[in-house]
Design a protein around this ligand. Structure first.
Ligand code: SP5
Ligand code: ZN
Length: 372
């Protein structure tokens, strides 16, 4: 299988994020993508290809141009305003209750983008855990090109291809970044596939977290079905979306399928949810599925509570390929760094119908794997 990768992600060199007001070591770090790249290289069955540039038009097909401009200038503006920080994080968010009692017209007129960098980050951002640094915009643009090049490979005839996107994307909505995500790589890919083929497209989101951004972008759309298996938002980020009764509206009524699972979910219950998700995808026409692939469902993940094992990723990949559709597989989350490469290798070998033979731990490989 072809793996699309760009070293531009290294510029998004996060070391800290905030969690409930405290600086903590960043979870979404460059080492994640490097671990996966090195491990797939050690496997020997994957070919690495660079992305090609696709420009801004596919991004503004799903995102507000104002979000794109903000992300482009956010770091330089922070510096220009003399605010010394290792990363940009919001000061104040426009909580919906701030505008309570005001008419929609009054809110639209008054809730506008401020000048202060911490206010602008609040205007466009969902949460304080998505650190923005000097290289973030270039990295996020490259992640979109990775996703769109993966689409090109599949529309060009590959049965499946894998885009090693970093930063991830599924929390980014039309006019909002957050949750370690800046541009919604999977949504941009799905939109590009609809435009290129005229077919219906399904997104299967198996990251631990609900992909609120993908759900929102396609909420009223009849041509993109969003199916997600994730931790119950009662207990997990993003808290305010992801419940089973969110099914879409208008042309999108019934096209949004949320399968929330409780903390502690293990292999058997997860696989049962995978079967339900695959049924929901098989029920609609179309030849291409976009996968939002996260490994934060792994038992050792530092921010997840599920208990999946590496061999189950192989089985999920196998069952997903058994749909008989072409797969655009895009990396989302997964934060237990030592297992990321092996879990990706298991999933992708499952898709290819190759058996899963575990490799020795990272650090002992022939190609100078990342130590630790
Ligand atoms: C793409 C993706 O996986 N984004 C996840 C964003 C999660 N952001 C909130 C992280 C909250 C971490 N909670 C840690 C609890 C540890 N006990
Ligand atoms: Zn996640």
């Amino acid at each position: 299988m072809q793996v699309v990768y760009s070293p531009a992600h290294l510029g998004h060199d996060t070391t800290l994020e905030t969690f409930m007001g405290m600086p903590v070591p960043a979870n979404e770090v460059a080492e994640r993508a490097e671990r996966i790249r090195v491990r797939l290289d050690e496997d020997g069955g994957f070919g690495l290809v660079p992305p090609t540039e696709h420009g801004e038009a596919p991004i503004t097909a799903v995102h507000d141009p104002g979000l794109v401009r903000f992300l482009e200038v956010a770091w330089s503006e922070l510096r220009a305003q003399g605010i010394v920080r290792p990363f940009l994080s919001a000061d104040t968010y426009p909580n919906r209750a701030m505008f309570e009692g005001m008419s929609e017209a009054a809110v639209a007129a008054m809730a506008r983008e401020p000048v202060h960098a911490g206010g602008r980050a609040g205007f466009w951002g969902l949460d304080s855990a998505a650190p923005l640094v000097a290289g973030t915009f270039v990295a996020a643009r490259a992640a979109v090109d990775v996703a769109l090049t993966t689409v090109d490979l599949v529309l060009g005839g590959e049965a499946a291809a894998y885009g090693l996107c970093r930063p991830p994307g599924h929390h980014a909505a039309r006019s909002m970044y957050g949750g370690y995500c800046f541009f919604n790589n999977a949504a941009i890919a799905a939109e590009a596939i609809v435009t290129a083929t005229g077919e219906r497209v399904a997104i299967l989101d198996v990251d631990y977290h609900h992909g609120n951004g993908s759900q929102g972008i396609f909420w009223r759309r009849g041509d993109v079905r969003y199916v997600s298996i994730h931790a119950d938002p009662d207990t997990d980020y993003p808290y305010f979306l992801g419940r089973a009764d969110e099914t879409g509206e208008g042309d999108g009524a019934g096209e949004n399928v949320n399968l929330p699972l409780p903390p502690g979910t293990g292999n058997a219950a997860y696989l049962a949810a995978v079967d339900r998700a695959l049924e929901a995808i098989a029920a609609v026409p179309g030849s291409v599925v976009v996968i939002s692939l996260g490994f934060d469902t792994y038992g050792l993940d530092p921010i997840g509570s599920f208990a999946l094992t590496t061999d189950v990723y192989h089985e999920i990949g196998r069952r997903t390929a058994a749909l008989g559709r072409r797969l655009v597989i895009l990396q989302e989350g997964g934060y237990h760094r030592p297992s990321l490469g092996e879990n990706a290798r298991a999933w992708l070998r499952g898709v290819e119908g190759r058996p899963f033979d575990p490799l020795p731990p990272a650090g002992f490989g022939p190609s100078g794997a990342v130590a630790g």
